[in-house]
Design a protein around this ligand. Structure first.
Ligand code: ADP
Ligand code: MG
Length: 467
């Protein structure tokens, strides 16, 4: 039965993408028809927003799992759009059920042209063939600000003369700051300028797996040949080949071959080549041969500009006050910033409301309570805004009065705001024993009773932690 297939699909993907994605997106969709002759699945979405979202973010997932259930390889997925159907929101959209995608906002401007009718086929996904380059990540969709302008400029420059300017280019920075985006943008721009060039985007962990399977199945020559052929090699998160000696060895030779033939190589990493742990010295030195550039956390203005750009790409107008509100809330990771925006947009769309400051507040506040569980790292992060000592200092043996005091406050808050044991708390903060934690908590309690300023401070920190 068709309905059983869809239920089985929901059941399977729940494990893969989580309940929130299923509740938000997949449950809003119904399985309309299976055309076994043409191997087409017809789905129905409640509105264009949901349809576009699924098409742009989850289509491969649907193909794989429905394919397996229907015993065909990658069936065609078609969203029916008879133009007469009244768009209705799926039952019971609650703020808690709104979820962000696992992949970026990449609803294209020309999405209206992607409207499909019963007999139309879905456009190819944004992924270009075997190059793994995602066409949604371009220089056009990248917002440049003071903290990423050097990386952007270098990335852009190499697209004009691949292999000859900065080779290799090494971009490093924290998570969610745009490294992967820039790597894809390089791939897309070079593809546009030189359509015949062979571009390969690969994450380092995929490289490792590919290498292992090449060894297992005795296909190492094929593996090497594939890499020797490329004109532009984009390796994301190179830190993942740390401590993998054999893979590093294989990569070293690929690097040399490409480099000697003036092929462009680009790396991203979470840290500088110099501080990469577990990397053979000769490879580490090669990583730094060209230009090493960093990306930092964006300023507020850049975050606002990013939000506005992302909203525009999804054909949503975002007013300044909402953009400001979201930008201020999400401090250090653009992926999270984007996730917050998507949840606000999805909630507004699914409940047929316009995006106002009130709505954004409601969605993000509720979410912080329900989905941002208070954990030790969150407490330390927020505490750090009030006390200048970071996790390393708090965990250290430093007995300096100020450090010890911040450590006591951390212990107090951990006990109060989580259900972890005193032992867990002591363990987390530098392997301290149970008695030390009890002592610290008592000290903070006592001071709270006598010092009104301190009491006020603790309350403020506490409310910021719980949101
Ligand atoms: P990283 O690889 O550094 O962890 P990503 O490149 O995956 O980060 O970026 C996370 C998300 O944030 C992506 O959706 C990306 O499009 C977006 N993003 C990051 N920086 C920018 C920027 N400057 N302008 C627009 N979007 C950005
Ligand atoms: Mg990345």
């Amino acid at each position: 039965m068709i309905t059983d297939i869809w239920s089985s699909f929901l059941h399977i993907v729940r494990d893969e993408v989580g309940s929130r994605v299923v509740e938000t997106w997949f449950k809003a969709v119904s399985f309309h028809q299976w055309d076994a002759v043409n191997k087409c699945v017809y789905l129905e979405a409640p509105n264009a927003f949901v349809k576009n979202w699924i098409q742009n973010n989850y289509i491969d997932l649907i193909k794989v799992h429905l394919g397996r259930l229907l015993h065909v390889e990658k069936p065609e997925i078609i969203f029916i759009d008879d133009g007469t159907k009244v768009c209705s929101a799926p039952a019971e959209i609650t703020i808690d059920s709104i979820s962000s995608p696992l992949v970026p906002v990449n609803v294209k401007k020309n999405n209206t042209s992607q409207q499909v009718t019963k007999n139309a086929l879905i456009k190819p996904s944004t992924m270009q063939g075997g190059s793994h380059v995602n066409s949604a990540y371009t220089f056009d969709t990248f917002v440049v600000g003071p903290t990423n302008s050097l990386a952007y400029a270098a990335a852009y420059a190499i697209t004009e003369k691949p292999g000859s300017l900065y080779n290799p280019l090494f971009i490093y920075g924290g998570s969610g700051l745009g490294k992967t985006h820039l790597l894809h943008a390089i791939g897309n721009a070079i593809k546009e300028r030189q359509p015949n060039s062979i571009i390969l985007y690969q994450t380092a962990d995929r490289f490792v797996n590919e290498f292992i399977s090449a060894i297992r199945f005795d296909k190492i020559h094929k593996f090497q040949a594939k890499y020797h052929l490329v004109d532009v090699l984009l390796i994301d998160d190179i830190q993942f080949i740390a401590n993998k000696e054999q893979t590093q060895e294989a990569f070293f030779h690929i690097f040399n071959t490409l480099y000697e033939s003036h092929k462009q190589i680009v790396f991203s990493s979470d840290t500088t080549p110099h501080t990469l742990q577990g990397m053979a010295e000769r490879l580490r030195s090669r990583l730094a041969w060209g230009l090493v550039t960093d990306i930092h956390v964006p300023h507020l203005e850049t975050k606002i500009a990013i939000l506005k750009k992302k909203a525009k790409v999804s054909q949503v107008e975002l007013c300044d006050e909402v953009a400001y509100f979201i930008a201020e809330r999400v401090t250090s990771n653009i992926r999270e910033l984007e996730g917050a925006l998507v949840r606000v947009m999805a909630f507004a769309s699914l409940t047929n409301q316009i995006i106002t400051l009130d709505l954004a507040r409601k969605v993000l506040r509720a979410e912080q309570k329900s989905s941002a569980p208070v954990d030790f790292n969150r407490i330390i992060r927020i505490l750090h805004r009030y006390y200048p000592h970071d996790l390393q200092a708090l965990c250290s043996k430093d007995r300096n009065k100020d450090v010890a005091f911040a450590r006591h406050v951390a212990m107090f808050l951990m006990k109060k705001l989580t259900d972890k044991s005193l032992r867990d708390i002591g363990q987390f903060l530098g392997g301290r024993n149970h008695a030390t934690v009890v002592h610290a908590i008592n000290k903070v309690e006592a001071q709270r009773k006598t010092d009104v300023d301190f009491q006020y401070r603790i309350n403020t920190i506490e409310s910021e932690i719980v949101g």
